[in-house]
Design a protein around this ligand. Structure first.
Ligand code: AMP
Ligand code: MN
Ligand code: MN
Ligand code: MN
Length: 279
């Protein structure tokens, strides 16, 4: 059986393994098909393609686009696009510039909360000069002993409603979907169970995602309980979405599950890769 993992992060965003190290780990873990989906950046993909040449592993172009819906952050995983698309490259550059501005604002907010030098501190964890994320602030806060875990850094400082939360400057989901389609790719709603939405709001999101041409739901994710996975399998059937799955792996110590540690997609759902890969 072919093992797919279509969501993980490298040092091109907030993962701690290089693209080449992810390739090695994925092969060791028995993965056949891996999408590297860095936040708002595709610069890790050439290294991954190069490292996987002449191996059993197939690398799929991926990205995780920070997006907004009803003022909430929604992540859209893009797959199978052409990295040479200028529409895509320009959209990513715009978001990364917005990330730099947000990082400055987070640094100021942490200073007001009594934590100085946070921007400089977070920058020491940055592995791609073009991409700074809250993960880098979280690692700084853990490293300095302000909190005992990355999760607590979000719970106490960086998360919604906390002292260093800065309104996210992302494009609307409609724009992210359009950019991915312009680049020849598919748009997947990432870890839908992670968004704190009522049932009504979730159905509104799913309808709007579909209305804007969204292609698939990520039904298996470490963010989901088994009940949530069941629910999104049902929603995929009901709304006619294709299905995807991913470990969202970031780091061997931080991540809940390892590369490829996902159940196979249930029968009756169309895999997001159906038009691109042999099943
Ligand atoms: P950003 O895209 O810069 O807002 O950062 C979001 C990233 O922070 C996510 O992709 C996760 O890697 C990480 N993250 C967000 N919320 C949490 C949380 N509650 N616990 C641990 N990591 C989180
Ligand atoms: Mn991340
Ligand atoms: Mn995400
Ligand atoms: Mn992710």
């Amino acid at each position: 059986m072919t093992v797919y993992d279509l969501h993980c992060h490298s040092t091109a965003s907030d993962g701690t393994l290089t693209p080449a190290a992810l390739v090695t780990r994925a092969i060791r873990r028995g993965v056949d098909c891996l999408a590297i989906t860095d936040h708002d950046d595709v610069s890790g993909l050439p290294e991954a393609h190069q490292a996987s040449a002449d191996t059993s592993l197939r690398i799929i172009n991926g990205v995780e686009l920070s997006s907004l819906w009803e003022r909430r952050t929604i992540h859209i995983v893009g797959l199978f696009f052409d990295t040479g698309s200028s529409v895509l490259q320009e959209a990513l550059a715009t978001v990364r510039a917005a990330r730099r501005q947000r990082a400055e604002a987070i640094g100021h907010a942490l200073a007001r909360a009594g934590i100085g030098g946070a921007l400089e501190g977070a920058r020491r964890f940055v592995t791609n000069e073009a991409l700074i994320s809250r993960s880098h602030f979280a690692r700084f806060l853990v490293d300095r002993g302000y909190v005992s875990s990355k999760q607590k850094a979000f719970n106490h400082y960086l998360g919604q409603g906390k002292p260093a939360h800065v309104p996210p400057p992302w494009p609307a989901i409609s724009e992210s979907i359009a950019v991915l389609h312009a680049a020849g790719g598919m748009a997947v709603l990432a870890h839908p169970g992670r968004y704190p939405l009522t049932g009504t709001a979730m159905r509104r999101l799913l309808e709007e995602f579909r209305g804007n041409g969204g292609d698939a739901l990520e039904v298996f994710s470490p963010s989901h309980t088994p009940q949530q996975s069941e629910r999104f399998i049902e929603y995929a059937r009901f709304y006619g979405f294709k299905a995807s799955l991913g470990s969202d792996f970031h780091d061997p110590g931080e991540s809940h599950i390892d590369l490829g540690a996902l159940p196979p997609l249930p029968a009756g759902l169309t895999p997001v890769w159906s038009a691109f890969l042999p099943i």
